[in-house]
Design a protein around this ligand. Structure first.
Ligand SMILES: Nc1nc2c(ncn2[C@@H]2O[C@H](COP(=O)(O)OP(=O)(O)OP(=O)(O)O)[C@@H](O)[C@H]2O)c(=O)[nH]1
Length: 301
């Protein structure tokens, strides 16, 4: 069987319905969390499976109205995410139409999308009359050469299947990017890995900033509502292991404690976090592989 896999970037103004749509396409579990994650830093919203295709929805955090410096960096990352994707979906709210915010996106869409196909999804069609929809579709299609236009209601589910099927067909042929049993909590794993990486970087005072990666290898839901998370901090050399461990393991203890606290705070639930250190000399290759997928775990910027 030929499999397909790739990345789809969802862009749109705040409130356009990106989370609700992801929810619909991916399954209920991740959405609650990814919605929160979306406002911060994770780059994957969720993974959908449609027939033999795997569609990875890439996040575009804080795409609009940058206020602080950090936000500007996030905006750049957001557009970067769109540029790395195989296909871009622009979500526009049916009842709001061509707002200044949508104008702003359209102005940069060509530059960002390059030769990648861009689909238009007019969302919240349950809020307007059919006549209004046709007018809006025409207005928007006059402004940009969309590969397809979908009329959807992410909330009610109308048109979502069509969109997902189309996206699946747009994915390049290739092996699936994530094992099926991991996709439900992938955004959680990534978030947890990013937090630990950040704590390690802070703690190590730039000693090994570009030379460690963090992976959440196991995420286990417990009956009592807590989760057990097993992570590995990978370093490039044997000698680096001691630096991360610290005297009598004090450094890694401090790192995992800080990471656990932030993760618990963020998710509002109890987390049992176990962090190990391992050597992986070829991690640079891995970092490159992730970069090709539009991800950046290396922190090397
Ligand atoms: N009536 C209607 N409401 C919708 C539809 N899709 C989303 N909404 C609502 O629109 C609001 C925003 O939806 P979200 O999915 O959170 O939007 P978002 O684009 O992820 O928002 P940000 O994360 O702030 O960028 C929520 O109250 C949704 O319930 C739809 O098809 N119809």
């Amino acid at each position: 069987m030929t499999t397909r896999a790739g990345f789809a970037a969802l862009i749109g103004e705040p409130n356009a319905g990106k989370s609700t749509l992801t929810n619909r396409m991916v399954g209920a579990k991740v959405s609650i969390v990814t919605h929160k994650v979306q406002t911060t830093r994770a780059r994957i919203r969720g993974v959908a499976i449609e027939g033999d295709a795997q569609i990875v929805f890439v996040d575009t955090p804080g795409l609009f109205a940058p206020r602080r410096r950090l936000d500007r960096a996030m905006v750049a990352a957001a557009w970067g995410g769109a540029a790395d994707a195989d296909v871009v979906v622009l979500l526009v709210e049916a009842h709001r139409g061509l707002t200044p915010g949508v104008e702003e996106i359209l102005a940069r869409l060509e530059e960002v999308a390059g030769d990648r196909p861009v689909a238009l999804a007019i969302n919240k069609i349950d809020r307007v009359k059919a006549e209004a929809l046709l007018g809006l579709s025409k207005t928007l299609n006059d402004r940009f050469d969309f590969a397809r236009t979908f009329m959807i209601s992410a909330e009610k589910g109308h048109g979502v299947e069509d969109l997902r099927r189309w996206l699946a067909g747009m994915m390049p042929e290739g092996p699936w990017l994530y094992p099926e049993d991991q996709i439900a909590d992938l955004p959680l794993r990534m978030l947890a890995a990013e937090i630990t990486r950040e704590k390690a970087t802070l703690r190590l005072h730039q000693e090994l900033p570009y030379q460690l990666t963090v992976e959440s290898e196991n995420w286990e839901e417990r009956k009592d509502g807590a989760a057990r998370v097993d992570q590995v901090i990978y370093v490039a050399r044997e000698g680096h292991k001691g630096i991360v461990l610290g005297h009598r393991g004090e450094t890694i203890k401090a790192i995992s404690q800080a990471a656990r606290e932030e993760l618990e705070d963020f998710l509002g639930r109890k987390i049992h976090l176990f962090v190990q250190v391992k050597v992986r000399e070829r991690w640079m290759d891995e970092a490159e592989r992730y970069a090709q997928m539009g991800l950046d775990f290396s922190g090397g910027g």
